[in-house]
Design a protein around this ligand. Sequence first.
Ligand code: FEO
Ligand code: CA
Ligand code: CA
Ligand code: CA
Length: 832
Amino acid sequence: MTEMTLVESVAYDDGDIDTNPSTSTHLNELVARRYSRRSLMGGMSAMTTAVFGGALLTGCSDDDDGDVVTVSDGTTVQTQGGRVVTLSATASSNATTTSFKQVAGPTVAAVTSGNSITFVAPNVAQSTALVFEFSASNASGTSSERTTVNVLPATLDFTAVAKNKNDLVTVPANYTVTVLYRLGDPLASGVAAYANNGTDTNFAQRAGDHHDGMSYFGLAATGTAPDATSNTRGVLVMNHENITESYLHANGPTGLTGTGVRPEAEAIKEIEAHGVSVVEVTRAGNTGAWSYVQASTLNRRITPNTPMQFNGPARGNAALRTRVSSDGTRSNGTINNCANGQMPWQTYLTCEENWAGYFTRAAGDEAARTAANAAKQNVSLRRYGIGQGRTGNYRWTTVTPADASSTTFSRWNASVLANAAADGTQDFRNEPFTFGWVVEIDPFNPQSTPRKRTALGRMNHEGCWPGRTIAGVKPAFYMGDDAQNEYIYKFVSNVAWAAADATAADRLAIGDKYLDAGTLYVAKFNDDGTGTWLPLVFGQNGLTASNTTYPFADQADVLINTRLAADVLGATPMDRPEWTAVNPVNGEMYCTLTNNSSRRPVASGSQRAVDASNPRAYVDPRTTGTSTTGNANGHVIRLRETGDTTEATTFTWDIYAFGAGSDLDPVNINLSSLDATNDFSSPDGLWFGLSTNASGQVAPLLWLQTDDGAFTDVTNNQMLVGMPGRVGDGGTRQVTSTVAGASATVTTRIGAAPGAKLKRFLVGPVGCEITGISSTPDGRSVFVNIQHPGEGGEVSNITSNWPASQAGTAAGVRPRSATIVITKNDGGVVGL
Ligand code: FEO
Ligand code: CA
Ligand code: CA
Ligand code: CA
């Protein structure tokens, strides 16, 4: 026997539709078999293994229908980045050992099972050959065969989801949605399942409401420490921004209007349903179902009642003294947590957005403040939306607690109390200054005290996303202040990044290192496509005690009053800065500007005039309801730091995409030439695929989520995915805005039209916002939050039954905010 006859055949299964289409098996047939056999196989996990761990696989195709082909010995096959490839070989019966090895191309992490190997194709800039060798041996010798897998650059290879108003999460063909973690789900053993009828209590041990920003952290097998490579076990940390109070109580809330008084039990429930969840999640094997772990010792609810500490320059400042912290170093809790940040050292940032709305402030409180700093406090409170004569959103201050000494409700009253000390240590006049911060949480230490990072400034923090971390370069953290005509910020640490910090044991100490000392900057966008980061540093550029609007005392005063300081510097007022995201390949920063109903062709009162970076004001038509005026549909701006470094103080910018219905004026409104496959409105959530998988390599995926009221006559809120180019890939454009007879023309900077490189991937259920996204390191499981389905309804008029509706008919069931997991049926990278 010669060596060459030892190997009888090496058969490769892959997806090149050009190779042998006549032998193809349609994916739908495979899926049908898989599901029809499920009951015999005893579960999803076993089935998935049976299909995809074997010789069959989903292949690359150019027509989205997932053809599967078999290719023969030694043939060159073709796939594209992000696709699962399985190579199967057969050795003759007299072989005693077999093995695979990769002999050319970028190294892949292949899993060998018998005589087949499986791997996910890496992303590539151009067609790239991966060569594998299969060898079989016996006592007579060894024989080998090679095959070549040509990997093409990844594309958005799915059919765009159509706009719809169904009460379902809709994703493309060949994807699966699993509901993972819903409002009220118990987070400890012994906590009852959620009845979802308004009788449930103890939200400090249940999932909160209004799931929002979210990050996945890989968990080691020990169950206590991070493992940034784990794709099957992790902790999800997520914000619970707000509540839909109409569904939380048996018959809706009571005492919410007029002179009503809130029952204590209702207020406790509402307060505890806010905050943050830390919840362990696991996958049954590499391809099985995800579930959350009810009894995990890592599970934690952080609520508006959870003790926190201040760090950074404002720690101990007189403005932070309250009845619960006479030295201004501590406070209770966090609220209205919107977007987030995932730190390279495995901690989570939660950001306090519309916290001001919870506060009561008596009429006459301005005059009642008589301390030396009263005038400054009044200016500050007004600038942050806490004028006198207001009642908090949920009227918690009307509760008469059973325990008269409790401050759980009275703390939301920002009024000075008669005969209370002027320094604020006997009432809660200063409580509003304890909110508006970025808070760092260590998900792996449930006993740790979250730290409010005052160096990052105080505002309506939407999110806080790190730029690329490069050893020896000071890291930056990008932030939006979400209110009309507010600003975009970045914080640059005083110290350069050290790679070893990514795996340090004391994670909050690393947070101290990078987040407590540095320079906070605010963005100024120039009409010519350049921009400047203006430093918010006490003593510079008018941030002094002689400032006439607000005399700043020191750096802590600048940070506590970030907005006032940014006003002084002449930052550019934007159309509501929401999430920030950073392209992991080139470092460019994207920021959603969701919409702005106060943008006009010409400035008037609080209305701002269009400019190059906020160039549109128009009347957006609706088929039902009231039309929206201003920048009704929002846009996504992006910037490239000078020298591509996070330390830069100047940048260039353009606009990646303008939201618009595809039927709107292509000259002045639908500037990005959106069509039926990708038109959107009110971009909010924004996140790039991770560099650890194909979705974050070469041309990283940009996920874009909407929070809209202007387009909901056409479609429920949605999530798109794009493959953006880079700043400067388009050109300039003249835009004429016309509202009520006023008109103005500005020249903006616009990126290349996204075309087929932006597609609708998901449409949510009725009344929801899509917000919050993260993935496993391999990109094969993507977590998304569905916030407030059925918003606007009530117990007597339930307007959504999601997520119950996802599983079939669910009439009468109350809706619940929830986390879903999206997986591709062939196990590939989601979106590719
Ligand atoms: Fe909570 Fe600006 O969205
Ligand atoms: Ca948001
Ligand atoms: Ca929003
Ligand atoms: Ca919302």
